[in-house]
Design a protein around this ligand. Structure first.
Ligand SMILES: C[S@@+](CC[C@H](N)C(=O)[O-])C[C@H]1O[C@@H](n2cnc3c(N)ncnc32)[C@H](O)[C@@H]1O
Length: 282
């Protein structure tokens, strides 16, 4: 997921009116068929969402439990549903990530030969970065505070755990905590402290870009703007054993206005790296 989000009432170049973050309060959980009502009700209760047995129509967003998966549907766009699927394009992933420890994200978190840091991804989103890091060998704990995104993520992880090729990797290396990373990190102590804390909070887009997929717009609507993102860095610096890595768009300033130990750049992306332990940077 790219960082950034649309403002309330903005109209993007697709002509769609964007909703405020309050849109998330209007999300209803529905079941596609009556036999799934109980499961949908339980899911809604676990994430503090509202289950609607009647199958709420007319709302901008619906979290729909089907016999296959949990998906977010929107009547704001004509796009298809949004859901988490780690297993799509497995072969492509393998090709892309096999031996990929030279790629920027791997170097940013300090992956070295025979060394895979334990990572806490405190801003999980769709867990695309986390999945790459797990494929490259790290154990990654994900934290996500948006109930809708956490529900989608949990469902994606559950399905991936059963996948014939990726199941073992997902079971062993990826786990999710639903909650606010500020709270979770504050309680980390001793052996629970990860080597690396990875942060990728939302960042407002410089320009509305036609390249930004509609899926991402829906997602931004749901997750909000992360206006408290600066607070994540000081506590992450206290708790990460080796380093904190902040993913930023190239044009964005430093998180919490704090100068990193070093920066790594590629294309429109930058990783700001804060060493918390005097290891030699790779
Ligand atoms: C830009 S997305 C992350 C994308 C992710 N790196 C990926 O690869 O899919 C930011 C996510 O962080 C979540 N987030 C922001 N602040 C958080 C916090 N304090 N605790 C937990 N999640 C947070 C937002 O809800 C959003 O889903």
């Amino acid at each position: 997921m790219d960082s950034g989000c649309l403002m309330s009432g903005d109209r993007d170049e697709t002509g769609l009116a964007s909703m405020t973050h309050d849109a998330v309060n209007e999300v209803r959980v529905i079941a596609q068929e009556p036999s799934l009502n109980d499961a949908a009700r339980r899911l809604a209760s676990r994430f503090g969402l509202t289950f609607d047995e009647a199958g709420a129509s007319g709302l901008a967003y619906q979290l729909v439990l089907t016999s296959e998966r949990l998906e977010l549907r929107s009547n704001l766009t004509r796009q298809g549903p949004v859901y988490v699927d780690f297993t799509a394009g497995t072969v492509a992933h393998r090709q892309r990530f096999g031996g990929g420890r030279k790629q920027l994200i791997a170097r940013a978190v300090g992956m070295k030969k025979g060394e895979s840091p334990r990572i806490l991804d405190a801003t999980a989103g769709m867990a695309r970065d986390a999945f790459v890091l797990a494929c490259l060998g790290s154990e990654v704990t994900l934290i996500e505070r948006s109930p809708v995104i956490a529900a989608l993520l949990e469902n994606g992880l559950q399905r991936a755990q059963k996948h014939i090729e990726l199941g073992e990797l997902v079971r062993e290396r990826l786990s999710l905590i639903y909650g606010d990373a500020l709270d979770v990190m504050r309680h980390l102590d001793g052996d629970d402290q990860p080597d690396v804390i990875f942060l990728d909070p939302m960042f407002p887009e410089k320009m509305k870009s036609a390249l930004v997929k509609k899926e991402m717009r829906v997602f931004r609507d749901i997750a909000g703007k992360d206006i408290d993102a600066d607070k994540l860095l000081p506590i992450a610096l206290e708790k990460a054993v080796k380093r904190v890595v902040v993913k930023r768009p190239l044009y964005a300033g430093w998180l919490n206005d704090m100068k990193p130990t070093m920066e790594m750049k590629s294309g429109k992306q930058r990783f700001d790296i804060y060493m918390t332990h005097p290891e030699l940077p790779s």
